[in-house]
Design a binder for this molecule. Structure first.
Ligand code: G6P
Length: 610
């Protein structure tokens, strides 16, 4: 994981580097550091903890430097201490390296370099690169980096600064992302565009295996073999407002409230008066279930996996063939049948999650067709898939996924309808009726957001609870899992999601008068059975918080301690609507507990380690 930044130009580098690192903290925030050339000399500042800590330390010094590199870390090799924080230096302290990824053969390289006299000061794999570059350095740092990376196995995005070559930063990538940016006062390198938004007007996405030099005036890009390539520069089109809090206390709150738009944008480009369009997937329509696909897997991690699971429930009904959601990190280790009649949908906000990428490679090796459902354009997952479908949620900064999740739910439901139509499972004349609920969905999300005050009251009542249980049936079961995950992630309260019918087989033992049980009870599916589960909770003195589209029903009114009403909607869109109060509950509980909502402990938004 980790975030990288670099700047070379005519402005003071330190504020640009620190601001960029702060915007990259979603990639990790265990420790941070920068290296700059101050009056031609390498100066390194590192701190365990967040970028804020580093900024506080540096604040006391005036640094006159117009070139530098920086890093925010999510620890893999070596504890999150100052000595393991990047940048890492060679023996002479003249070459500084920041790195995102894992050098898998670092132990062998380290042994060799140590035997040759190199002195190591950290436990990281990255420091090996600094010494390896030193070893290969014959006066041309670009050549030295190229030789060093040719020996490195694993994944890397790196930026290298040399005291002996102060006019340029050398960068290289394989497996981890790297973007070069050009602004009015100089050039940048970073892991992701938000880091340089507002400062750079044009960008270049470095391709796999490329090495580049970044100068104040522009870039030169080289292939792995040293052949110079024409840089493919494109304008930045992202609105800088998307990375500001816009009056909200936290990005998560802003992103929760952006859902009518995020879902609306995702839907808008797909639906037309009599159908659903995914033109980028034209090739799938030709494969009828008889002659073409025999099964579908949806692979994903974390919150995206809950979207995949919801699609599993919806698609098995729509498509009439086996559909299975599989956690990506499990997919590669299982002997799941994969062949050319297998369709795999890889669901990921970032398109960078390594477990999802590895699962995708395993599926492709077996002959499957892979479609990526991603929110980030130009990601590794997109490049490795046969086709990509975008959710249009916009940049999500909060580590806990919210608007990207509901956008995934909406996109997957529509994709399911599209495939069902293409494969003859839905008649053309029935499509308009199927699509109608999606047209109403953004407004209905807004209605549910209007219930925030009621959710705040619940949060005030229950924020000191030590455990929560979330129960649901059918396609709302993955939403119960997501509700529990959100609460765990940002409030650190232990929470479990369970199929309501499964409660009696274990979790019921946990229920007493202190246990809040959130029940998602829709009249659209198994309502009476869910009511029975509520009875079981009440019989054991548990506290029932019912979220329901049947709020006037006498039974639920009688049995529940608290009710949050949801607008009555067609089954295909209710997972989106039931998600909203659960996000709000997790958010307000976390705020009341005083946790770091946007950057919860130990987590990172983009997980590029297995
Ligand atoms: C991390 C994040 C989660 C996210 C998961 C998958 O664990 O903290 O919020 O759901 O990765 O990320 P992806 O980018 O593949 O959706």
């Amino acid at each position: 994981m980790c975030g990288i930044i670099g700047y070379v130009g005519t402005e003071a580098a330190v504020p640009l580097l620190l601001a960029g690192l702060q915007r990259l903290e979603y990639r990790g925030y265990d420790s941070a550091g920068i290296a700059v050339l101050e009056n031609g000399k390498m100066a390194v500042f590192r701190r365990a903890g967040k970028v804020e800590e580093l900024a506080r330390e540096i604040g006391r010094e005036t640094i006159d430097a117009c070139v530098g590199i920086g890093h925010t870390r999510w620890a893999t090799h070596g504890a999150p201490t100052e000595e393991n924080a990047h940048p890492h230096l060679d023996c002479n302290g003249k070459i500084a390296v920041v790195h995102n990824g894992i050098i898998e053969n670092f132990r062998a390289l380290k042994e060799r370099l140590a035997a040759a006299g190199h002195v190591f000061r950290s436990q990281t794999d990255t420091e090996t690169l600094a010494h390896l570059i030193e070893e290969h350095n014959r006066g041309d740092i670009l050549a030295a980096v190229r030789l060093a990376v040719s020996e490195a196995e694993g994944a890397y995005a790196l930026a290298v600064l040399s005291e002996d070559d102060p006019e340029r930063i050398i960068v290289a990538r394989k497996g981890s992302p790297l973007v070069l940016g050009k602004g009015k006062t100089g050039s940048f390198v970073c892991s992701d565009i938000p880091a340089i938004l507002g400062n750079a007007s044009d960008v270049l996405f470095l391709a796999e295996g490329e090495v580049a030099e970044v100068r104040s005036t522009g870039f030169r890009v080289f292939s792995r073999d040293g052949e110079e390539r024409e840089p493919k520069i494109r304008p930045v089109t992202i609105d800088p407002f998307s990375i500001q809090k816009g009056g909200y206390k936290h990005f998560m709150a802003k992103e929760i409230h952006e859902q009518p738009r995020a879902v609306g944008e995702t839907i808008r480009e797909r639906i037309h008066p009599d159908g659903v369009g995914f033109p980028e997937l034209g090739f799938l329509g030709d494969q009828s279930t008889e002659a073409g696909f025999a099964r579908v897997y949806l692979v994903a991690c974390g919150t995206a996996y809950h979207a995949a699971m919801t699609a599993e429930y919806q698609w098995e009904t729509l498509l009439g063939l086996p559909v299975q959601a599989v956690i990506a990190s499990e997919f590669r280790h299982r002997d799941i049948p994969v062949d050319p009649r297998t369709l795999v949908i890889a669901v990921s906000q970032s398109g960078e999650t390594i477990d999802t990428l590895v699962a995708t490679r395993r599926a492709k090796a077996g002959g499957a067709k892979v479609v990526a459902l991603v929110n980030t354009v130009n990601s590794a997952l997109e490049r490795e898939s046969d086709a990509a479908v975008y959710t249009r949620a916009g940049i999500e900064v909060g580590v806990a996924a919210t608007k990207t999740f509901t956008a995934q739910l909406a996109a997957l439901s529509l994709l399911g309808l599209c495939l069902a139509r293409a494969w003859g499972k839905i008649l053309p004349q029935d499509m308009a009726e199927r699509i109608a609920p999606f047209e109403l969905l953004p407004a209905r999300i807004a209605t549910v957001l209007g219930l925030e005050k009621q959710v705040v009251q619940l949060a005030e009542k229950f924020y000191t609870a030590s455990d929560f249980l979330f129960l649901a049936r059918g396609s709302l079961y993955p939403i119960a899992l997501e509700g529990a995950l959100k609460l765990k992630e940002i409030s650190y309260i232990h929470a479990e999601g369970y199929p309501a019918g499964e409660m009696k087989h274990g979790p019921i033992a946990l229920i007493d008068e202190r246990m809040p049980v959130v029940v998602l009870a829709t009249k659209r599916s198994a309502y009476n059975k869910t009511l029975s589960n509520i009875e079981e909770v009440r019989a054991r003195n548990g506290i029932v918080i019912a979220i329901t589209d049947h709020p006037d029903d006498e039974a639920i009114l009688r049995l529940s301690n608290h009710i949050i009403p949801i607008p009555d909607s067609e089954e295909i869109v209710i997972p989106v609507l039931y998600t909203i109060p659960l996000q709000l509950l997790a958010y307000h509980v976390a705020v009341l507990r005083g946790t770091d909502v946007d950057q919860p402990r130990n987590l990172a938004k983009t997980v590029t380690v297995e």
